[in-house]
Design a protein around this ligand. Structure first.
Ligand code: DOR
Ligand code: ZN
Length: 337
């Protein structure tokens, strides 16, 4: 059986920089027609010059015209209309991190009073630049995402023209919040469709499954799966594939992030075939994003998968992928640009 996916997209990806970028970038371009690239470098990407230079480095690492890196700027509440209009053509969205909530987010937002965000969010609304949010408070780790929902609602109400993407949702509360506001959208990762906290910490600790937001309860995973498998038009695939060197994961003080780029499309295909339809996979992994990010230009790329198992390598240049050394049933057998 052959499965064809037209222009698959990863709407939330960490490509890093330097040697790591060179190591892992092709893991994404081997499967996807494009990806939204997160700006949480050290220091974060906050200027037009940095965006242009980073995009150039990504293209050099990828060497493939059928993959587009869609660039994002690291949110600062000091961005004004003139600055954002000068940068609009270079970016697809702006990514907001609460300060200190995850990897390299120290320069993020410290409080969420509407007054302090108003100048930048008004300009983004006017210029139709979507806002991607890592929605977690600094409360108890299992409750952080649910505690953030009132902040989503406050921003969605105050800026009704702003498209707001709830990134990597992990809880049934977020699933329920999605349809309460027209201007709320969401991405879901592969790993949150598969694991719960039990897989991370229920037995021997699994550092390669540790990420932010942390995987939650079975009922949360159930709600995420139901939403993704339904092909809901406000939901997109965003892998949040976040590579860290093996030593940074297998250490005291494990870095957060699951590296799924090399196996994401293959495992999604398996999951959707078991639980949904290939039409809904096409929506989840491409068509919905095309409609939500209305100005997006997507390279045409037909990716063909087949039921042919392969053993996932133990690492990619020193980064351990999800399902390392395990057999997965689907392989990519052809890519047409
Ligand atoms: O687990 C995560 N890793 N979550 C994030 O939000 C950031 C990411 C990273 O950059 O490593
Ligand atoms: Zn991320």
């Amino acid at each position: 059986m052959k499965i064809e996916i037209s222009s698959p997209l990863d709407m939330h990806l960490h490509l890093r920089d330097g040697a790591m970028l060179d190591n892992i970038a092709q893991c994404s371009s081997n499967s996807f027609a494009g990806a939204i690239v997160m700006p949480n470098l050290l220091p974060p990407v906050t200027s037009k010059e940095e965006i242009i230079a980073y995009k150039k480095r990504i293209k050099l690492a990828i060497k493939d015209d059928t993959f587009t890196p869609y660039m994002t700027l690291f949110f600062k509440n000091s961005y004004d209309f003139d600055f954002l209009s000068s940068i609009k053509e270079e970016i697809i969205a702006i990514k907001l991190y609460p300060a200190g909530i995850t990897t390299n987010s120290e320069g993020g937002v410290d409080g969420f009073d509407i007054e302090s965000l108003k100048m930048t969010l008004d300009a983004m609304s006017e210029l139709e630049i979507p806002l991607c949010i890592h929605g977690e408070t600094n409360g108890f780790v299992m409750d952080r995402e649910s505690e953030f929902i009132p902040i989503y609602e406050k921003i969605a109400t105050a800026f009704p023209k702003l498209k707001i993407i709830m990134e990597h949702i992990t809880s049934k509360d977020s699933v329920q919040a999605l349809d309460r506001f027209e201007n709320l959208y969401a991405t879901i990762t592969l790993h949150h469709l598969i694991i719960t906290l039990d897989d991370v910490a229920g037995g021997m600790l699994k550092p390669h499954l540790f990420c932010k937001p942390i995987a939650k309860r079975p009922e949360d995973r159930f709600a995420l799966r139901k939403l993704a498998f339904s092909g809901h038009p406000k939901v997109m695939f965003g892998s949040d594939s976040a590579p860290h060197p093996q030593h940074a994961k297998e250490s005291c003080g494990c870095a957060a992030g699951v590296f799924t780029a090399p196996i994401a499309l293959q495992v999604l295909t398996e999951l959707f075939l078991q639980n949904s339809t290939i039409e809904n996979l096409q929506k989840f992994v491409s068509d919905n994003a095309r409609n939500i990010y209305s100005n997006i230009v997507i390279p045409s790329k037909i990716v063909t998968l087949e039921k042919r198992s392969f053993i996932v390598p133990s690492n990619y240049g020193g980064v351990v992928p999800m399902f390392a050394n395990e057999e997965i049933p689907f392989s990519i057998v052809d890519i047409k640009g």
